[in-house]
Design a protein around this ligand. Structure first.
Ligand code: PLP
Length: 423
């Protein structure tokens, strides 16, 4: 057993396993009864208090929550039965902004309390969005240095700008390999004794509890906003998934009593979880590059958490979570037909979620899918598929003005280790 502080500062447990909250506090019925009268921030504070309230004083926690959620998370109607939960209104237009900002502030809180002056080094592997969210969430935070590892040539130009142009306490490392190579480098670093003796290391991937748990705020808010319009009785939440941190946070919410009828994990062609649902067997595979690149994960880290949450009971898992998998062609067709029929512009990730609801919703159910990325983040692809000219929000344009700075790295751990050791 570990304190929250240890779980946040260390990221990964000593046995290389993932930290899980010791118990999950159910929230009272009155909270759900009146949730539709509460704001996103008020809801989030109640949820955060259930997770972190024993370890963080109320004033500080409130400040962390309100500081993290200085933006909105609206639910937008796409069809009569399908709504889009737009998770892209944060500072880097990524849903990961919430977890990244929350973690940065919580880590800062613990470091201040501890006050031993040793810098913490955050390692994060990214296929695109995580890097920008984490880099921006931690930018300028004292006592913390961030290393963002990303696969060369495999992130969109806008995404790359969002973490290579910042400077200060952010170092971008361009790895000659795929996302799994980046993730493997980060994992090897955590396991390496020399490195851990040399520097304080932690992870800002969704293996860190402070990164993935705050994402549950979104689902409580989605429920509240759907309840507000009288559509929350048979709610199905569909989450486009890669590393499964986002859906895992939703499942924690469910365990706390959030009345969502069932969940759908929408995958691109990386169908490892889908196959687990169908067969009961989990067989990780190398990731495949797809249009929805933030979901190109061949061995989702948070699978272990979901497995643990339901004690490995496959039948129980499939009674709560359904799955779907889509090829790039499916994604293109979905984006085109949704745009033609409703005028709503999906990004390739959200397209998987929308299509899964179209395919799997039953009569009487209402579905909400997470639109996980602003379409402008994948402008080249989206415009190409829809013959559109998606407007780039001002915030994104600002990032594109900076100069790219990154360190070229091979995928061999020995090289990465030598670099971190300053050799
Ligand atoms: C990270 C990401 C996902 C996948 O989320 P997980 O928590 O890794 O399952 C989906 N879409 C986008 C745009 C993302 O950035």
């Amino acid at each position: 057993m570990a304190s929250l502080e240890k779980a946040v500062v260390k990221g990964l447990a000593e046995d290389k396993g993932l930290y899980m909250p010791e118990r999950i506090k159910p929230l009272p019925k009155e909270f759900f009864d009146s949730i539709d009268k509460m704001s996103f921030q008020e809801i989030a504070y109640t949820v955060a208090d259930a997770f972190f309230g024993e370890d963080v004083d109320a004033d500080s926690l409130k400040k962390i929550v309100y500081d993290t959620l200085a933006f909105d998370c609206p639910v937008v109607k796409v069809t009569d039965q399908i709504y889009s939960l737009e998770l892209f209104h944060g500072p880097t237009l990524a849903f990961k902004d919430v977890g990244a900002r929350f973690m940065a502030r919580l880590l800062q809180y613990f470091l201040k309390k501890e006050n031993n002056g040793k810098e913490v080094n955050v390692l994060v592997a990214t296929s695109g969005d995580t890097g920008s969210a984490v880099a921006n969430g931690f930018l300028g935070v004292e006592g913390i240095h961030v290393y963002v590892l990303y696969p060369k040539g495999k992130v969109s130009p806008i995404q790359e700008c969002q973490f290579t142009t910042l400077g200060k306490n952010i170092t971008a490392i361009e790895v000659d390999g795929v996302f799994d190579d980046c993730q493997a480098l980060v994992k090897s670093a955590f396991m390496d004794e020399d490195l851990n003796n040399h520097m304080k290391l932690t992870s800002a991937n969704s293996i860190n509890v402070a990164r993935f748990l705050p994402q549950s705020f979104y689902y409580f808010n989605a429920y509240a906003r759907m309840k507000e319009i009288g559509l929350a009785d048979q709610l199905v939440m569909c989450v486009p998934s890669g590393n499964f941190g986002n859906i895992c946070s939703a499942l924690f919410g469910h365990k706390m009593g959030l009345p969502i009828k069932r969940f759908i994990a929408a995958n691109n062609a990386n169908d490892i979880f889908y196959n687990y649902l169908k067969t009961g067997e989990y067989n990780p595979k190398p990731s495949k590059a797809t249009l929805a690149n933030a979901m190109d994960v061949g061995d989702p880290s948070n699978f272990a958490r979901i497995y643990d949450l339901y004690k490995g009971d496959h039948q129980l898992v499939t009674s709560i979570i359904d799955g779907a998998t889509y090829t790039d062609n499916n994604i293109r067709q979905t984006m085109q037909s949704c745009y033609a029929e409703t005028g709503y512009i999906l990004d390739p990730h959200g397209a998987c979620g929308y299509q899964a609801l179209k395919d799997l919703l039953q009569p009487g159910e209402v579905g909400v899918f997470c639109e996980t990325a602003h379409p402008a983040k994948f402008k080249e692809k989206v415009d190409d598929i829809l013959s559109s000219d998606v407007e780039i929000p001002q915030r994104l344009q600002e990032f594109m003005k900076g100069t790219k700075q990154s360190i070229a790295m091979s995928k061999n751990f020995a090289d990465f280790k030598a670099y971190l050791l300053g050799e």
